[in-house]
Design a protein. Structure first.
Length: 60
């Protein structure tokens, strides 16, 4: 009986461990995508800002 309970506890620990790995991996992916998105937005703004300034000076 105790061996059966030990097996059940081990199975639950494995399930919890895999769920924790999955959640931490998805949180890392969410954080990484947010970081990548902000870097992309900053680079687009950084590169498009001088172009818009040049266009406004050309029109004048």
């Amino acid at each position: 009986m105790s061996c059966c309970w030990l097996l059940v506890i081990c199975c639950w620990l494995l399930v919890i461990y895999y769920l924790f790995l999955l959640v931490s991996h998805s949180l890392f992916l969410i954080f990484y995508s947010m970081l990548l998105g902000s870097v992309l937005r900053f680079s687009i703004f950084y590169f498009s800002f001088p172009i818009s300034c040049k266009n406004s000076t050309k029109s004048n």
